[in-house]
Design a protein around this ligand. Structure first.
Ligand code: HEM
Length: 468
């Protein structure tokens, strides 16, 4: 039997204000939680408006999966994301659409495929060793650690090494202002994408001027890397068919297409943007859970000792694959605290998805987190229970629907960096649990979810004690 067609005008809506609609409530640092509250209030399909501009919000897993699949032909990311990134000089795979996206995507996906990630194993392990040494120092001095900041340095160093083969050493603060500039740029991208009016185009506030300076500084560094890589390729033509990093692959003459300097810059910047905060914040959330569950830390430690007991870090990809319990910890942290809890889509033509009629240009916010914490998909959904991800343990959990996890998106634009991110997370968490006990030095309820391009734990401070 055909389901009755639903029109957007008939969808429910949460309570909004006169004229400005839902904007004041949404314009907050925890906008993802505002959306979650509205899902509770209105169900998994509703509409909101920002000063008269309508948006559909879908927390319906079937609709969300379908929309993600229908790209790039029928849906695109919000056009505003492209507008803001382009204004900052970024033309890369994340904001490209249509055929342009296809050619950016091909080379990005190749640079991050399983084989390339395996080849980059040593990069992750080297950076892990570096962070381990630093943390040993902290534990000797009983230092309280701003874990999110430390992990950001770790992921910057991994991503820059993989993206352009460069040893930045942000972990030991030797990269001067690189991290600082990124920390200025990423939240401003978020702020501008969600700003009701482009005030910065009329008046330049202090933060807009700082942003300009940070962009100029990052541009200078990345363009310098591009020039150095060009010289390397000229001197070693064999690199053309065998590039050692993403930048060399972009510059290689063996590509079916030539990338302009602007596109090369844009894709390197995109790699940093997409790979840094997402991964470091996911590791931070895993540590948030581990610091409240010493028994789970013990299990991760026992596994590490069984797999690479005589060494400080896992030695090979094969050993990494044996860290199944740690992998389950990672999956569970991502389920409960996805750093990208919503995705922003726009219809390129009028169409019906499920039974919802979506006119051309409709903007749809896909709220993907709610399904990840629903009893009907995961038993005891709010418990941090890595066991649910282990094959041997699954039957004890009645509901277990991994296909509901959309933390890495879905369809053709699914995150190409997932394998790299998971490897980074598993290696680092295994090593940290092998060497340390964690103590959260603030109350768990004082750690707040904040949204600034990605969702991160604000106020998460940790003390490490060495068990070696
Ligand atoms: C835990 C870590 C990560 C999370 C949660 C995450 C999440 C996401 C999500 C939700 C998307 C949008 C997918 C979609 O539209 O369907 C995305 C796209 C993307 N991610 Fe990741 N990501 C992570 C790590 C990484 C890493 C390490 C890299 C590379 C260094 C990376 C590179 C990208 C790129 C290039 C895109 C754009 C893909 C496209 O538009 O075709 N990500 N990521």
């Amino acid at each position: 039997m055909n389901k009755e067609q639903i029109k957007i005008k008939d969808l429910p809506s949460p309570k909004g204000a006169f004229l400005v609609g839902h904007l004041p409530q949404f314009n907050a640092d925890n906008k993802h939680q505002v959306l979650e509250r509205w899902v509770e209030e209105c169900g998994d399909l509703f509409k909101i408006n920002f000063v008269g501009k309508a948006f559909v919000v879908s927390a319906n897993p079937t609709i969300n999966t379908e929309i993600l699949k229908l790209r790039p032909e029928k849906f695109r990311r919000f056009s505003k994301i492209d507008e803001i990134l382009k204004e900052m000089g970024v033309v890369g795979v994340f904001n490209a659409e249509g055929d342009t996206w296809k050619r950016h995507r091909k080379i990005t996906a190749e640079a991050l495929n399983a084989k390339k990630v395996r080849e980059n194993y040593d990069v992750i392990v080297n950076k892990t060793n570096r962070l381990l040494e630093k943390f040993k120092g902290y534990s000797q001095n009983n230092k309280q650690i701003d874990i999110q900041k430390e992990l950001m340095a770790f992921t910057i160093d991994v991503t820059t090494a993989i993206a352009f083969g460069y040893e930045l050493d942000t972990i030991n603060n030797k990269a001067d202002s690189f991290q600082q500039h990124l920390e200025c740029i990423f939240p401003m991208i978020n702020e501008r994408i969600t700003a009701p009016l482009p005030i910065w185009r009329v008046i330049k506030r202090k933060k807009d001027k700082e942003l300009e300076q940070s962009i100029a500084a990052i541009e200078k560094i990345i363009y310098q890397f591009i020039e150095e890589a060009r010289v390397r390729l000229d001197r070693n033509p064999e690199l053309t068919s065998n590039p050692t990093n993403f930048l060399e692959a972009l510059l290689s003459d063996d590509n079916d297409v030539d990338f302009t300097n602007e596109e090369i810059y844009g894709n390197i910047f995109t790699m940093l943007l997409a790979g840094e905060d997402t991964t470091s914040n996911s590791i931070s959330w895993a540590i948030y859970f581990l610091s409240q569950n010493p028994k789970i830390v013990n299990k991760v430690r026992e596994e590490a000792n069984a797999v690479y007991g005589n060494f400080e870090v896992p030695q090979t990809n094969k050993e990494l694959l044996k860290l199944k319990y740690t992998n389950a910890v990672v999956q569970e942290a991502i389920r409960l605290k996805p750093t990208t809890p919503q995705l922003y889509m726009e219809a390129l033509e009028s169409l019906i998805v499920e039974n919802l009629f979506i006119p051309k240009h409709t903007k749809i916010i896909l709220q993907t987190k709610v399904a990840q914490t629903k009893e009907m998909y995961f038993s005891n959904p709010n418990d941090f229970s890595p066991e649910r991800w282990l094959k041997s343990e699954c039957p004890m959990h009645q509901n277990h629907s991994p296909e509901m996890i959309k933390a890495f998106g879905g369809g053709p634009r699914f995150c190409p960096g997932m394998k790299l991110a998971i490897n980074e997370m598993v290696i680092l968490l295994s090593v940290l649990c092998k060497h340390f006990d964690f103590k959260m030095t603030v109350k768990p309820e004082d750690v707040k979810e904040q949204f600034s391009f990605t969702m991160y734990p604000e106020n998460l401070f940790i003390q490490l004690s060495s068990i070696d």
